[in-house]
Ligand binder design. Structure first.
Ligand code: PFF
Length: 447
């Protein structure tokens, strides 16, 4: 058997994994979820979810991936032969397809806005005009599809080049760029006149808004943002070398990802307050409220171009990781070349994201469980499948796989002095499963 490809450098390991984690989830989804669900209180619960559930489940995925060096289905087959645990891998492939279906649509919007910003078409408009234009754009049949297909082609070009020359190289360049742009925006936002009000809205905890449903949403957001529960990190860690320090990597990724989410709030809310806009605008926050904010700043085209470039970069490094789950699976199971596997996935996602995009406009009347197809893909994957995957993965590591294997992986066969091992293993075995089940049961009104 040929040796499995590996990420070439330490930077590559962090850049690709953080690249998967940091995405629309941080910059588009997190601020509006926090804005609508209690500001600082949501942030607090979110951070607890990352610490108590996120880091242990991430370590669990790393153990599975690096030990098995396989795609997400075969990983379980290798570690638990003859059992049914590999169904978790199928849940992962399904979740990656569902997420890509609607994630691509929003990625397409970011390209549209980047294009319009570069053409200086986001200036000189009123708030009502921004809103009307956004509605007309997302509900139209063809224009969003054009951008989706362009985004898919960019994904293809990177993915077809392979793990090292495509994914790793792209992440090494784009992730530092993303952090630089973020910092520039932070400075700009914090020097606005009403920055303090925005910050206190974002950080002030309103515990009266916290309900069991909000806790379910915070947990879903943590899994979504950290790319957990569906095999992305199993697949990526199968490309880690034996020297990679798994616990340290999980801590670094969680820290950087959470930092980007918090910074996004720090960028968005001071701006929203300084220009007298609505901080609880929901999903429109980034596509309607922010262009409106930039519009009122000097050199607005520059700010909006930079911002939508940031969003596009974040989206791209995440979609590539979502694709990689299914591509690695196809290569292994259908015995096809990387190019063919990539094409097949691109076609499947082109169809699904077309359906998702149309479900916002012409096909809005089609409902699944009372939701549009777009919303159903989001809800079903982020709120249900990912935490469910995380639950099963932690049960697998805590109760099925021999503890010794986790120990070997998390301490690099005892080469590392790892005082945290016992605590992490305890969290994987007891704390994560109990809390995920409890949050599910209370969120859905069962207890
Ligand atoms: N973590 C990405 C984000 O925050 O945008 C989205 C994502 C990527 C979710 C990969 C799940 C995943 F497996």
């Amino acid at each position: 058997m040929s040796e499995r490809v590996k990420f070439a450098t330490k930077l590559g390991v962090i850049a690709t994994t953080v690249g998967s984690a940091v995405g629309l989830g941080n910059i588009w989804r997190f601020p509006y979820e926090a804005g609508m669900n209690g500001g600082g209180a949501f942030l607090l619960i979110y951070i607890l979810c990352v610490l108590i559930l996120g880091i242990p489940v991430m370590c669990a995925e790393f153990v599975i991936g690096r030990r098995s060096k396989s795609d997400t289905v075969d990983a379980f087959r290798k570690l638990a032969p003859g059992s049914r645990w590999h169904y978790i891998g199928y849940i992962g492939v399904l979740a990656s397809v569902l997420i890509l279906g609607y994630y691509m649509v929003i990625s397409g919007w970011t390209l549209e806005y980047l294009f319009r910003a570069l053409c200086n078409d986001l200036t000189g408009k009123t708030a009502a005009e921004f809103k009307a234009e956004q509605n007309a754009f997302i509900q139209s049949d063809f224009r969003p599809l054009l951008w989706i297909f362009l985004f898919l082609i960019i994904n293809y070009l990177i993915l077809a080049k392979g793990v090292q020359k495509g994914i790793e190289k792209m992440s090494n360049i784009l992730m530092p760029l993303l952090f630089v742009i973020l910092i520039v925006f932070c400075i700009r936002s914090l020097t606005l006149p009403k920055a303090g009000e925005g910050l206190s809205f974002f950080f002030h905890p309103d515990f009266s808004k916290i309900t069991p449903q909000v806790i379910v949403r915070a947990m879903g957001q943590a899994f979504f943002s950290l790319s957990l529960g569906m095999g992305v990190l199993i697949t990526y860690s199968s490309y880690f070398s034996t020297k990679t320090h798994l616990i340290k990597t999980a801590g670094t990724v969680a820290l950087l990802d959470t930092t980007v989410s918090v910074l996004s709030g720090v960028i968005i809310f001071p701006a929203v307050f300084s220009y007298g806009l609505d901080p609880v605008a929901g999903p429109d926050l980034v596509f309607v409220t922010l262009p409106n904010v930039f519009n009122q700043m000097p050199v607005s085209a520059l700010w909006s171009s930079l911002f939508f470039l940031l969003l596009t970069v974040a989206a791209l490094t995440s979609t590539v990781s979502l694709f990689e789950v299914a591509i690695a699976f196809f290569i292994n199971h259908m015995h096809v070349s990387r190019k063919k596997a990539t094409w097949t996935m691109i076609l499947i996602i082109a169809i699904l994201s077309t359906i998702c995009s149309l479900s916002i406009g012409a096909w809005e009347h089609i409902r699944l469980f009372g939701k549009t197809i777009f919303d159903a893909c989001d809800y079903f994957s982020a709120i249900i499948l990912l935490p469910l995957g995380g639950l099963l993965i932690s049960i697998f590591i805590g109760w099925v796989l021999k503890r010794n294997i986790s120990r070997e992986e998390l301490t690099n066969r005892d080469k590392l002095h790892e005082p945290l091992f016992n605590a992490i293993f305890f969290s994987i075995k007891y704390i994560a499963p109990v809390i995920i089940i409890f949050i599910f049961l209370s969120g859905f009104g069962i207890i």
